[in-house]
Ligand binder design. Structure first.
Ligand SMILES: Cc1cc2nc3c(=O)[nH]c(=O)nc-3n(C[C@H](O)[C@H](O)[C@H](O)COP(=O)(O)OP(=O)(O)OC[C@H]3O[C@@H](n4cnc5c(N)ncnc54)[C@H](O)[C@@H]3O)c2cc1C
Length: 525
């Protein structure tokens, strides 16, 4: 379907109002049929970046967001940005980063309230929402506020709260509707004592104790934030090991920190019931017969695709049982002109990747080349933060890749001490023969920033030698890479010395592999 220029309605050619009246834009278009090259459903990172990429290709683009106050998506209003801002506020107000110098009792503020935390969040969110709106406007993208639902494969109805609707006809569609927290009926949510991650910022008070159901990224991030505030936190999860995608040593280190903040982990335990007790107490019954009593419960055991109201059947699509869409490597669904991007397509459900998917889909839809990022970083904003790129030790061991590890401990890094972090570490995994970097794993201050140095060198096919030879500013956390490189290369040279001084072996003996345990011992040296 080609959209002719002369079909562009008057309201699209006019400038956009910048006041809150913008909610009604394009005002005189309601009850009309509007024509576009691309309609984007959802204004989170995937939708925004997809819409802007298409506008840059001179396509006529509309973006639909359910609620004016939700512009910027879950990412901006209840996910990434508020949670990271709240974390920063907690670090500042609790004095956490300075306790190393000023002592365990050091606090910036003694009685921290939810209002204190909300203040910084509101400040950041408001600014970021303006940035999003400004970018959409500058790129000539029409924004609609209302619920989008398919009328047919190329037709989308946008219905606003008052019931009026407008029909958008389009050549291509980007579904970027994101996810919402899973809310099983068995959990008695009330938004104050039993709540999900979208409701945290609305709490009137910081609870004295918190039970977190679900030890995934969201549960652990919030659990540690509250524990840093002095809340007694217990995490319950059916899995025996948390954050399985991350390096085991880094996760162990994180758990050590969490426990030192008083956090308790009940792993391999399933919740079978929740009761409200007197005096605002909640009791959680575990399948093992244990009972946990707390003042509040955060339910963070999964999110479901926000596709219920899209009327996907009219477009020929069926979501899976968790509301998510299947799509191929170009982000195309079974219906080739409809693309799925961001959290609605499932793993990895990160804002960073969602943006990339938005651009990838648009390039494919409009026949543009796309050079995707092959080495994706992951960041977890726990306290301390952790970050990783490439393979971890378990994966390399399973794949029988001969690798070595170079480690830098933050206590050896001057900047680490200055930042008050002498427990962090960075480990670099590299191929023993080609010396290529295979993975970088980090825990501690600035981990989510410095990981990108490793990511860049990996993406460019660099080796450990790069880090031996390069010069970093001093003092910086980047120096970790140099220290880790020397540590790793020392291990290699040690191995060389042993090999040179070993007695010569017969041909047959040389070919006999060491038992696996013995290989592991060599690594441990
Ligand atoms: C607590 C929390 C912390 C997180 N922290 C991080 C982090 O640190 N780093 C990171 O990379 N990621 C993080 N994430 C994940 C990140 O927020 C998501 O990956 C990202 O928001 C996904 O973006 P998206 O574009 O898919 O959609 P979303 O941001 O989910 O936005 C989708 C939008 O679509 C709208 N919509 C849905 N249906 C319709 C409809 N029918 N009509 C109109 N509009 C509709 C919704 O109102 C919503 O605004 C976090 C998530 C949570 C919940």
């Amino acid at each position: 379907m080609c959209v002719a220029n002369d079909l562009q309605p008057e309201c699209q050619r006019r400038g956009r109002p910048t006041s809150p009246l913008w909610t009604d834009f394009p005002q005189d278009c309601w009850s009309q049929v509007m024509k576009y090259d691309l309609v984007v459903i959802g204004s989170g990172p995937a939708g925004q970046k997809g819409a802007i990429a298409a506008a840059k290709l001179n396509k006529r683009v509309a973006i639909v967001e359910r609620d004016f106050n939700q512009f910027g998506g879950v990412c901006l209003h209840s996910g990434t940005i508020p949670s990271k801002t709240m974390r920063e506020a907690i670090l500042h107000l609790s004095g956490y980063s300075h306790r190393d110098v000023y002592g365990e009792q050091y606090r910036q503020k003694r009685r921290i309230t939810m209002d204190d935390l909300r203040r910084q969040v509101a400040h950041v969110v408001e600014h970021e929402r303006d940035v999003v709106q400004d970018q959409l406007e500058r790129n000539g993208i029409d924004s609609y506020v209302g619920d989008a639902s398919f009328v047919g494969p190329h037709e989308i109805a946008v219905t606003r709260a008052g019931g009026e609707s407008v029909t958008l006809q389009t050549e291509k569609v980007l579904i970027a509707s994101g996810t919402k927290p899973a809310r099983p009926e068995s959990i008695p949510f009330d938004g104050e004592t039993v709540f999900d991650s979208d409701e945290i910022l609305k709490l009137s008070e910081i609870p004295r104790s918190l039970i977190v159901i679900g030890g995934g990224v969201i549960g652990i991030e919030y659990g540690i934030m509250f524990a840093t505030l002095g809340v007694r936190v217990t995490v319950v999860d059916g899995r025996r090991r948390l954050l399985e995608f991350a390096d085991a040593e880094i996760v162990d280190s994180l758990m050590f920190h969490a426990r030192s903040l008083g956090m308790v982990f009940r792993l391999g335990e399933d919740v079978v019931g929740i009761d409200r007790l007197q005096e605002n107490r909640i009791a959680l019954h575990l399948e093992s017969g244990k009972k946990l009593i707390g003042e509040s419960v955060l339910y963070a055991a999964g999110r479901a695709g926000d596709t219920e109201r899209l009327n996907l059947e009219a477009a020929g699509l069926t979501p899976d049982d968790r509301g998510r869409l299947w799509c191929n490597e170009h982000q195309q669904t079974w219906v080739p002109h409809i693309y799925g991007v961001g959290d609605v397509v499932g793993f990895p459900a990160l804002a960073s990747v969602s943006m990339e998917q938005g651009r990838r889909a648009v390039c494919h839809a409009f026949d543009q080349p796309f050079h995707g990022c092959e080495v994706l970083p992951y960041g977890l904003y726990t306290i301390p933060e952790i970050s990783m790129v490439g393979k971890n030790e378990d994966e390399l061991t399973k794949e029988r890749v001969p690798y070595e590890v170079g480690v830098a401990r933050f206590r050896e890094i001057a900047r680490g001490k200055i930042l008050g972090d002498d427990t962090g570490l960075l480990k670099m995994l590299f191929h023993r023969e080609t010396r290529e970097i295979l993975g970088v794993h980090c825990i501690g201050a600035t981990a989510t920033e410095i990981i990108h140095i490793g990511q860049t060198v990996m993406a460019l096919g660099g080796t450990i030698d790069y880090f031996r030879d390069t010069v970093f500013n001093y003092p910086t956390m980047a120096e970790c890479y140099k220290v880790a490189a020397f540590d790793g290369l020392n291990k290699l040279s040690l191995e060389g010395e042993f090999a040179a001084s070993a007695p010569s072996t017969s041909e047959k003996e040389e070919k006999t592999p060491l038992p696996r345990e013995a290989n592991i011992d060599v690594m441990a040296v």
